[in-house]
Design a protein around this ligand. Sequence first.
Ligand SMILES: [Zn+2]
Length: 198
Amino acid sequence: MGDERERSLISKGSPCNINYFDNTLLTLQQAVERGEEYCPNLDRCMEDDNLCALLLGNQVAKLVVEGKDLKEAMKDFESFKYIDNSFWNSIDGKEFKVMQGKQEMIRAVEGFARVILLMNPFESVYNLCEKCGGVRLVETVYDSIHDGPFPLSGSGKTIARDVEYCPKCDPKPRGGILKQDPSEAKERKFLRKLSEDE
Ligand SMILES: [Zn+2]
């Protein structure tokens, strides 16, 4: 990696008056000397109700300078309450457009966090969907085990598993009902194999 930004420039700054797209800007001192560089979209943004992916990306970048890794910070961001709301985004700090959609917001927020952190904004901590190019999300689903003699009876244990999917192209993953605990089934298979080998 090349240059790094001083942590305080990220933790104390805001994209409303600091131009993080300028990758020659590395320290808080430089920012103070240059004076405030207002976001060219500021006036329009103040007039409407759209969120701003740059402000949200700045929040994510702040978590990263506090020690979280980007993937964890993005995972936290996925539970953001207003993730389906429309938002402003820009990839160069000059042209701004309104976008909407969970995958779009995640991609935009990660992209700008990467701009702030001087990481490649075209890379991603997410796998991208081959069909639509959107981020593939991971959903934890719970299978319940009904291994008793009657329907819906049994241990009542649940097993969590992570399923990766594209919210646009794939159905939302759901847990199911298992007739037996897969770990126990595996154990039985193993024991059977052992006895066969004898
Ligand atoms: Zn897709």
